[in-house]
Design a protein. Sequence first.
Length: 259
Amino acid sequence: MKFSANIGFLYTELPLPERIRAAGRDGFDAVECHFPYDVPPEQVKAALDETGFDMLGLNTIPGTPAAGDFGLAALPDRREDAAAAVRQAVAYGAAIGARNVHVMAGRTDGGAEAEAAYRETLSLACDLAGAAGMGVLIEPINHRDVAGYHLSRVEHAAEIIEALGRDNLRIMFDCYHTQIMQGDLTKRFAAHLPMIGHVQIAAVPDRGEPDGGEICFERLLASFAEAGWEAPVGAEYKPRGGDTKAGLGWLAPLRAALA
């Protein structure tokens, strides 16, 4: 099985292009990121070309975190901001050859107006990303880390995908978030596999390296492979000791166990 380094959380002491190169040196197979927008896209593209890596995805901007924002797409009174965030992400993603844009929903009251705004923004994202040959991801996020996040259940994501009927809209199946909110990862993954566009892992409950906690990733990822998953799995965790390289002892053994 192949693994992607999420350079939003890994190698954070380095400039973004150097994080890509570090991931290549340390044995990853691809990269993904959160918010690369402060770095000129040509610098990121150069590092991707040098390593031969795909950028599997990037996020729309969260808004103003200091004001409580954690995404804009489902906020009824922020439609213009949400649309601008989508345009920014698609343009940047197209410039670096990214495969997907993760459209962040944001915190809402969970009501019908928020859901309508979310679906409206996702439709725009699918149009723009599709024209650029990219996919759109939506990620259920747990309410312990992000209280009030609009999308927190895999089944809700599936309902949205079925309702919108867009070929390039898929679920980001983050094992950390889904274990906290719902559990039953093996069966929930298999049931939604046709709708899943990316997988991410981290230990539960501390979100550290995927070599401890309550999930046995050796068994879980083996079940994903048996179900038919073949794409890289995203390592989106926060190194327990703060040093990415020092905490990479999980990577080679897990890859070997899944070979």
